[in-house]
Design a binder for this molecule. Sequence first.
Ligand SMILES: [Zn+2]
Length: 283
Amino acid sequence: MDGAKPKGFALRTSAKLTQDAVVTRITSPNVVAILPGSDPKLKADYVVLSAHLDHIGITPEKPGDKPGTDRINNGALDNAAGIATMLEVARAMAEAPEKPRRSVIFLASTGEEKGLLGADYYARHPTVPAAHIVGNVDLDMPLLLYKFTDVMAFGADHSTLGPLVAKAVAPMGLTLSPDMMPEETIFVRSDHYMFVRQGVPAVFFATGFANGGDKAWPKFLGGNYHHPGDDMSQPIDWASGARFAEANWRITEAMADGDAAPMWNKGDFFGDLFAPKAVKAGR
Ligand SMILES: [Zn+2]
């Protein structure tokens, strides 16, 4: 019965649907800092280290809540830990006697949890010429709950940022593992993707599945994630926090110091779609 259409029929009853919406205008700023590069030519280009500064606020009261139920979503890992990591990289780079060759943008974005709003705005209306933003690493929800020995960079397969990350963290004894949660489609779910949509190669950098990560990740995503339990009562491993910051410093340095800017891989879906005219890396 190819091409046949199902026959319509009159419903026996009718329904009327209405919907109300209240629109409130609010303002929430991104916070941006720039560390000027040291190379007379390359300083005109910018690499971005980003992390979102917002979280999801207070969970509304539900019928049956016990008195004193904790409804405050602190977002200790999502994303205070990401912001703290970014600030530490900024401090280390600003204090180092030798500055990176390209300029570095530290972006604390707002409204990520509302749909990547702050990053979308910044990627479309940057405070520097858009064409000079050449790469982005995003930090969202680093799981600092175990002694990580490997890392993941969501989107590593799409651009030269994959090999760059692998090389940058190797001196720390860290290996770059493949995306262990492809079903979560993380590459299109955080702020870096707004840069991708403007044609900028980007990755979301995170701790890996080795040495306890395989248990910690699903446990967090199915438990404290977007829940009042994402607070300081979690067993945060501070030494891993310091290591994660060092890894990010090395990656940001590598992006800023490389002779070539990050490039999309030849034939990559995202590169071809969002940066059709950009020079691609051969594989
Ligand atoms: Zn987040």
